[in-house]
Design a protein around this ligand. Sequence first.
Ligand code: EPZ
Length: 429
Amino acid sequence: MDRIRITGGHKLNGTIPISGAKNAALPLMIAGLLTEETLILDNVPRLADVAQLQRILGNHGVDITAQGKRVGDRAYQGQTLHISAADVIDTTAPYELVSRMRASFWVIAPLLARMHEARVSLPGGCAIGTRPVDLLIMALEQLGADISIDAGYVVAKAPGGLKGNAIDFPKVTVSGTHVALMAATLARGTTVIDNAACEPEVADVAACLNKMGARISGAGTPRIVVEGVDQLHGARHTVLPDRIEAGTYAMAVAMTGGDVQLLGARSELLQSALDVLTQAGVEIAVNGDGIRVARNGAGLRPVTVSTAPFPGFPTDLQAQLMALMVNAEGSSRITETIFENRFMHVQELARFGARISLDGETATIHGVDRLRGAPVMATDLRASVSLVIAGLAAEGETMVNRVYHLDRGFERLEEKLSACGASIQRISD
Ligand code: EPZ
């Protein structure tokens, strides 16, 4: 199993190209199931999760081809996927596949909307909390689906097709909104989704669905209105840049000091995180090529932050911010409001010498002067990268184990960081 070795203490200077967003690419690929024509997606990141979803969609009979590099492509250009679900041969998503990647549960929506039936395994537990799917099921039931649970599978049927209706989410859910949106595109009549997630990835999926012939308005706001259509057609869409990857590298630069251009990053997708970094004393400048992040000399100021749905501070940057605040001059407080168990990195950060105390959903981080490198491992993607950030600033050597978590969501992490002066290598045993 691969590991990553980091020798800390090097400033980051240079340019980091930002890849396409994993959390948009996954639902966009799933949306390909809604039409028998070809959906072409550009700027798809080369990630383990994308490859895994390709296998899962292949199981339903979806044909996916990845186009190779063309003359003039940049070194880091994302891949282009041609997704063709002309013949859906199987409407069952088995446990072996769904349990490896939660987002694959979302195939239930296009399968039900287009094929009028789906049998999808319940995803099971997860390292960052219980993560139920009750609200996804509620949304599909509102659209007229008949749903039962059988031997660990959700069995959904809508023999006459789905019917538009009101869906009012009692809490903001990205997965629930994706599922409601995809299902409503082919439902008869109008669907109004209230308390919808406003995440940019939801708006990106809606933009793609509209190119495919859907009639969606209001995506990116808490009220989305969908006028159902009889069928969708092929389209071409470019995945938006990954705001979490951009925020992660911004925090890495803040941690080590230096000056880095985040190429292609869009500030409006991560304004809350940029505001927190500015508060901490990091220099942020938005320019035509993306976002420039710098910290030279000055210490980091502590911050108080709560995670929240977009446009609030993202839970997917909580672990990285915590790693950064380990080096701040004073005490910071970080409250996690989205997932109940997303503090698995605390014990690992302690291995570097961090002083963090936990009280329910709030962590208090007492800044320390120096960190010492250590062998560490994490149980989820964002926690793993927080350990990389700590390792970049720690004295001596850090070994990050279980690198497959990083490969799920960060494209060429070690290449991007070493190009900016970090001492970071992958070790394949
Ligand atoms: C998406 O997960 C992202 N995943 C997560 O990214 C991200 O952390 C999360 O949104 C929040 O922004 C993808 O896009 C693939 P939710 P999702 O439905 O959609 C509860 C990463 O590291 N809930 O918005 O699963 C749930 O338990 C990841 O890239 C219910 O109670 O998140 C949580 O507390 C991890 N019932 C809250 O809502 C439901 O039926 C928000 O979850 C569904 C959700």
